[in-house]
Every structure is written in structure tokens, then in C-alpha cells.
Design a protein around this ligand. Structure first.
Ligand code: GDP
Ligand code: MG
Length: 162
């Protein structure tokens, strides 16, 4: 069974961009996964001799009503299904109240969680991550999903225990 990586975070932080990059490998197809729904998208990827499954989610806006509530529910289901959670935040938008709310949920969850600071292209890494230490989820990892900056290094670390 592949380790399962869930991508969670606010809308527009770059989850789908990262999903596309992580599933770009030869066998990147939508996984045959029980409980597949339109709102959680599954894909496979590989790094070296390791394979993994990634779940993309609609995102958590922090103001959940109607369609947003459904998206948040999908994110919670994805977290339940995952072995590893990548919590994405946006270096350009900075820290938001919604990020803090999501972090509060993830801190009490038992899943191994990585705090990933996306959109660091053109930014100095230590400055880009500075705001996010306060989320209490350990070292923030700077990446740029759109350009691939640090993505392979991150996934290599994420998969190390598997
Ligand atoms: P999602 O809503 O979290 O799935 O976010 P998307 O993947 O749809 O990305 C939202 C926007 O952020 C799009 O316009 C992306 O092109 C942009 N984006 C994603 N990753 C990066 C990045 O590494 N750097 C920059 N500058 N923009 C990015
Ligand atoms: Mg998306």
C-alpha cells in the first residue's frame, strides 16, 4: 500500500499546482481508491524507487457555509485517509486567521504534518517562512510548486520513514 499524502490548506495556496507536479510521473493516473468523490482527487506519483498516492482537496476557507462546508468536509476526510498531511500556506498572502484555525485542527490530529510555505519564488527563504513558525507545526518548508523549487527535497524527506 502506497503512503497517502493529503494536501490541505486555504483555497488558492497552490494545492492543485503541487498535486499536478507530484503526479506528473509516468504512472500518474487517478487512483482506484475506495470512496472516490468529485471533491477529493487522487493521483499517484513516484520518487526514486518509492511510490505514493496524493489527495488534492478543495480547500478550507475558514468561513464554511454551503459549498465551502462541503470542501472543508472533504479536507477532513482526506486527512483521515492520509498517512501524511502537507498543510500548504501562501508566502505571498502571509499568515491568516484561517491558517491558524486549520493549524489548530492539525495539531490535535495524530497524522504526521508538514507545514509547507508555497510561492517562495523570488523571495528570500528565511524571510518567506518567518511568519509561519508561530503556527506551532515545526519547521516551515519553503517551496514554489509552480517552479519545482525544493519540492523533490521535501518529498524525499516526507517519504523517508516509508
Ligand atoms: P489551490 O486552490 O490551493 O488548489 O491553488 P492552485 O494550485 O489552483 O493555485 C492558485 C494560484 O496560485 C494559481 O494562480 C497558481 O498559478 C498560483 N501558484 C501556485 N503555486 C505557485 C508558486 O509556487 N508561485 C507562484 N508565484 N504562484 C503559484
Ligand atoms: Mg485546487
Amino acid at each position: 500500500m502506497n503512503p497517502v499524502i493529503a494536501l490541505v490548506g486555504r483555497p488558492n495556496v497552490g494545492k492543485s499546482t503541487l498535486f499536478n507536479r507530484l503526479t506528473r510521473s509516468r504512472d500518474a493516473l487517478v487512483a482506484d481508491f475506495p470512496g472516490l468523490t468529485r471533491d477529493r482527487k487522487y493521483g499517484n506519483g513516484s520518487l526514486g524507487n518509492k511510490t505514493y498516492t496524493v489527495i488534492d482537496t478543495g480547500g478550507i476557507s475558514g468561513d464554511e457555509q454551503g459549498i465551502d462546508a462541503a470542501m472543508a468536509e472533504q479536507s477532513l476526510l482526506a486527512i483521515d485517509e492520509a498517512d501524511i498531511v502537507l498543510f500548504l500556506v501562501d508566502a505571498r498572502a502571509g499568515l491568516s486567521a484561517t491558517d491558524e484555525a486549520i493549524a489548530n485542527h492539525l495539531r490535535v490530529n495524530q497524522k504526521k504534518t508538514w507545514l509547507v510555505v508555497n510561492k517562495t519564488d523570488g523571495l528570500e527563504e528565511s524571510l518567506a517562512i518567518a511568519d509561519f513558525w508561530s503556527l506551532g507545526l515545526g519547521d516551515p518548508w519553503p517551496i514554489a510548486a509552480a517552479h519545482g523549487r525544493n519540492v523533490t527535497t521535501l518529498i524525499d524527506q516526507v517519504l523517508a520513514p516509508f
